[in-house]
Design a binder for this molecule. Structure first.
Ligand SMILES: [Zn+2]
Length: 96
């Protein structure tokens, strides 16, 4: 049975279609491009906005290194502990 493919967040800016929005490579800055099957429009996806500000992120990392568990830090800021761990992973290591 064929199901209609609805990809979340992909809506054609021209015709407003949310179905059959296929990936169409990436542009120079690495943003995902999509092609609308209905009207043939090629458009770039808006980059996802960060859910948390840089300040919250910095604070969360500091709190973690101050001895609070990832879960605890998450509770303080109303986010999941996994989120905190992800930030820690992404943090570049100090050089030298
Ligand atoms: Zn379209």
């Amino acid at each position: 049975m064929r199901t209609t493919k609805i990809t979340e967040g992909k809506i054609c800016p021209k015709c407003g279609n949310a179905t059959e929005q296929n990936n169409f490579g990436r542009n120079r800055s690495g943003t995902q491009r999509c092609k609308c099957k209905a009207c043939g429009r090629i458009y770039t996806l808006e980059p996802k906005r960060r859910a948390y500000s840089e300040e919250v992120r910095e604070l969360a990392i500091k709190e973690f290194y101050a001895g609070i568990s990832g879960r605890g830090v998450g509770k303080i800021h109303g986010m999941s502990g996994n989120n905190v761990y992800n930030w820690l992973k992404k943090k570049p290591k100090r050089r030298g």
